[in-house]
Design a binder for this molecule. Sequence first.
Ligand code: ATP
Ligand code: MG
Length: 354
Amino acid sequence: MKTKTPLKQLKLSLPAQETPITSFLSASGTFQDGDLMLNQKGLRLKSADKATRQSDAKELDFQVKLEDLETVKVIGKGSGGVVQLVRHKWVGKLFALKVIQMNIQEEIRKQIVQELKINQSSQCPHVVICYHSFYHNGAFSLVLEYMDRGSLADVIKQVNTILEPYLAVVCKQVLQGLVYLHNERHVIHRDMKPSNLLVNHKGEVKITDFGVSAMLASSMGQRDTFVGTYNYMSPERISGSSYDYSCDIWSLGLVMLECAIGRFPYIQSEDQQSAPSYFELLAAIVGSPAPCAPSDQFSPEFCSFISACIQKDPKDRGTSSDLLKHPFIKKFEDKDIDLGILVGSLEPPVNFPR
Ligand code: ATP
Ligand code: MG
């Protein structure tokens, strides 16, 4: 069911000016990276996400200007800001607008805008597209691809556990996104967790927020205040040691295990009411043996996959490309498992249009 909110009565909370965009335009006034073209008139996308969305790509062949976007509703809140659903007034296309409140020095802000610009040119179907980013009045705003079924966190709230065939389909897509980030973009995500894995009605799973919060946090020297949760941090990260791409693999393993068993693996039982504190987590993640999938409840392939991810020594973890070839992923590849059916049978998250 579509929202019945009268759009005219809603106030547009977007900044009126796009000043920061000009800070990374070339002398000719145009920034071009692959199919993404940005000039004084706004953003032009010819065929972002070619691999899977030829028809969408056609639809996206227009100029996205901020003044052409209107707010539909707030769909989410994170530790850094608010996510709104916005609609393009003329073509009706929906986007997610993420606004992160942050007053920072001009120099740092310029660096961040540069980094965000690089993030914008994603050509991977398993990474959420960032169409536009800018800084205005003490806030970063990101115009993102809208994922109409919310996040994996929303999915597990409803279903509690996800069966192995569906998990394999989710996991394969996340790994494809990670191969792209790690091998092509040379980016560590740093914040892999259920709320950063987004889902749409077609059953597509895409990674979002790569590097954004970590970058903002480290640029501000406020890493601790910006981190939403330490739950999925690998032992080397939570203890402050150096880390590499393999920290994302640890987090992916924990997320998959949580989806399979229906609780965060470091919580011993469902009776445990309160979330573990930072010190409890630190002690458990660094001091206890790594969690694993119970072999009496799950297939040997799944158990082996989880233990290829959740290894305390980063060197013992598989890489994203290795794991794409793992027997757990291969097992369901030719079985035609349609995640869209599972996702389609669920209620959209509370704040999302029905
Ligand atoms: P934290 O800020 O602590 O990392 P978070 O990831 O939940 O937590 P946000 O990234 O601000 O915080 O996202 C808040 C919620 O907004 C998400 O859980 C998701 O439901 C929704 N959301 C975020 N991005 C999109 C998007 N592109 N499309 C649809 N929904 C989104
Ligand atoms: Mg997020």
